[in-house]
Structures are given as C-alpha cells and as structure tokens.
Design a protein around this ligand. Structure first.
Ligand SMILES: NC(=O)C1=CN([C@@H]2O[C@H](COP(=O)(O)OP(=O)(O)OC[C@H]3O[C@@H](n4cnc5c(N)ncnc54)[C@H](O)[C@@H]3O)[C@@H](O)[C@H]2O)C=CC1
Ligand SMILES: O=C([O-])CC(=O)C(=O)O
Length: 333
C-alpha cells in the first residue's frame, strides 16, 4: 500500500461533491490500493450540511479513507494538498451562459490560487470544475506563481463523455469503443467537439466515426450543438445543473492524469496553450492530451486541421481571450 495522499474537494457541501467524494473515497480515481486523507472545504454557513456529508462518508466505511477534514478555513484546507478538485462556485440558472458567472466566481479562484501558493505542495495537481472553468483555472494559476503552470487544468471531460455517449447511441456500439473524440477550446457553447480523428468499433471493426456515421450534416450540426448545449438542457430538465455526470467526469479527468492514458488513447482537458495548433499561447484551452503515470501530460501534436475546424477553434479561442480580459479586470478591481 502506498503512502496516504491528501485530496481536497471544494464546494464539498454542494451537489457535485455529494457524488464526487464517494467516488474518490472508494478508489475510483487513485486506485483501490491508495489510502486517502480527504479535505472538505466549504463556506462557513454550509458547515452544518458539510457535517452531514462527513457523517455519511464515515457511515460508508470506506477502507481507503484514513482521515476526513471538514473546514471553512483556507489555511487548513490547502495545507500540503497533493490533488485539489476545485468545484466550489456558484452554478448557473436557466437562461444564463457560464461566462455570466465570471463576476461572481472568479474571485473565489483568485483567493484559492493565493491559498494554493501559500499552503499546498509545489507539485499539487489542480482540476478546476467551477464555472467558467477554463478562465477560473487561468486565474487560479496566475495567483499561484510558485506552482508550475502545467499543474493547473480545467475540466472538459464531461463534454468528451457526452460526445462519446451521443456517438455510441447513434452507432449502437459500446461507449468505451468510441475513442479519440476531441473537445477543443472553452467549456462553453463555443466549444468544438471534433470527431474527425475519432474511431468506433462497429461490428468488431475499428472504423473512423465519420465513415461509420455516414452523415456529415448530423456530425457538423446537430451533434456539435447537442454537446455545446447539453449542460443547459440538463438545467432545463432538472432545474439544477449536472452533478452526477460532472462528478464522474472529474474522476475520469484526474484518474487519467494520475495514472496515465492507455497506449494509443488520448483524452481532452483544458491546459495552458503552448501555441500548438495556433491557439494563442497562455490561454487555458481544451486540447487532446496524452498522460503518463508520472502525472505529466503532453498535448497531442500534428493532427490535421481543416477549414471548418479552424474556424470553430478560433471562435472558441476568441471567447477565451474575452473572458480572460474580463476576469483580469474583475480581479484587479
Ligand atoms: N466544468 C464542468 O463540466 C462543470 C462545472 N460545473 C460547475 O461546478 C460548480 C459547482 O456546481 P454544484 O456542485 O452543482 O453547485 P452547488 O451550488 O450545489 O455547490 C457549490 C458549493 O460551493 C460552495 N462554495 C461557494 N464558495 C465557496 C468557496 N469560496 N470555497 C469553497 N466552497 C464554496 C457553496 O457553498 C456550495 O456548497 C458550478 O460553478 C457549476 O457551474 C457544473 C457541472 C459541470
Ligand atoms: O451547464 C452548466 O452550467 C453546468 C455545466 O458546466 C455542464 O453541465 O456542463
């Protein structure tokens, strides 16, 4: 058994965390051989609710869960953290875009960047889930200058999972047999779910998704728009934003980052752009990445980009540039 790792979940009294903490505690992310200390951060008025979550976690009798630390104090929450799931932030309501949350949420990530800088391990791995996730992650990193930029990521895995599920439904194949879908750009309605390099196993044969679907019109229109608007569709139906699927996706994201992607596979996560695919350097942009068991990753290079894709990739980059400008203004006010 390896040494205990310290895992922080913020927004721990909220909806996503309610599923997420049990997934983590039962070993879905770090493996069934990895003992955990789970730090649960929320704001002071939520400590009563958080206490209920702690009671339930105890009642689950998870063998891997060695310690639970509920707190509303950043100095306690961020101290010596190995992995931080930054979930805590306001969710949007029906009719809002995720960027409408910027003014309310970005200061949380400024403060948590400062806390990471001060208290966390310098090799801490950070996933930002709270919306607008890409820009919040960028701001968090800006205020944590002592932690390498590559340790900050934002979640677009839910979009990838949604895309795989839509393709599997359409083809009548297994969801795990749909591979190499890419989410480019922002976790927003401008994201570009790209199947041009994706494959699916159809009747026992690995086939390009475009060939298997045989309907470019669907792939270029309805499919893309379904993924772009799926979060809003869930809110319209549930009157609450996606929670179980968001928790599952954040586990997938961190598990692949922690354990490495299997040979020949890639996953999408928002990371700082190094200028690949002419995406402006320094934007927190979703790319296809390969990860290794030493918890490093690299952007998959050299994929061909056609005119249709170029236009969509530039549009989502432009939105991220605008969000960054607004966020910097909010943080400096
Ligand atoms: N990136 C993605 O794919 C997804 C992102 N989200 C986003 O995740 C965020 C959380 O969603 P839910 O859990 O549904 O919201 P929720 O409202 O159920 O829970 C949020 C929790 O965060 C807490 N919180 C607020 N400020 C905090 C702070 N400074 N430190 C620690 N905790 C704080 C609140 O008290 C609350 O308990 C929202 O911004 C939502 O839009 C949701 C789904 C998918
Ligand atoms: O749509 C929202 O506001 C919540 C979210 O990010 C998603 O479900 O993808």
């Amino acid at each position: 058994m390896s040494g205990t790792i310290k895992v922080l979940v913020t927004g721990a009294a909220g909806q996503i965390a309610y599923s997420l903490v049990s997934f983590i505690a039962k070993g879905d992310v770090f493996g069934t051989n990895q003992p955990l200390s789970l730090v649960l951060l929320d704001i002071a008025p939520m400590m009563g609710v958080l206490n209920g979550v702690v009671m339930e976690l105890k009642d689950c009798s998870f063998p891997l869960l060695k310690e639970i630390i509920p707190t509303d104090d950043y100095a306690v929450a961020f101290r010596d953290v190995d992995v931080a799931f930054l979930v805590g932030a306001m969710p949007r309501k029906e009719g809002m875009e995720r960027k409408d949350l910027l003014a309310a949420n970005v200061k949380i990530f400024k403060g948590q960047g400062e806390a990471l800088d001060k208290h966390a391990k310098k090799n801490v791995k950070v996933i930002v889930v709270g919306n607008p996730a890409n820009t919040n992650a960028l701001i968090c990193s800006k205020y944590a200058p002592s932690i390498p930029k590559e340790n900050f990521t934002a979640m677009t895995r839910l979009d990838q999972n949604r895309a795989q599920a839509q393709i599997a439904d359409r083809l009548g194949c297994k969801v795990e047999d749909v591979q190499k879908v890419i989410i480019w750009g922002n976790h927003s309605a401008t994201q570009y779910p790209d199947v041009r390099h994706a494959t699916a196993v159809v009747e026992g044969t690995t086939t390009p998704v475009q060939k298997a679907v045989q309907d470019d019109n669907w792939l270029k229109n309805e499919f893309i728009s379904t993924i772009q608007k799926r979060g809003a569709a869930v809110i319209a139906a549930r009157k609450l934003s996606s929670a179980m699927s968001a928790a599952k996706a954040s586990c997938d994201h961190v598990r692949d980052w922690w354990c490495g992607t299997p040979e020949g596979k890639w996953v999408s996560m928002a990371v700082f752009s190094d200028g690949s695919y002419d995406v402006p350097e320094g934007l927190m942009y979703s790319f296809p990445v390969r990860t290794k068991p030493d918890h490093t990753y690299e952007i998959v290079k050299g994929l061909d980009i056609d005119d249709f894709s170029r236009q969509k990739m530039d549009l989502t980059a432009k939105e991220l540039e605008e969000e960054r400008a607004t966020a910097l203004e909010v943080c400096s006010a």
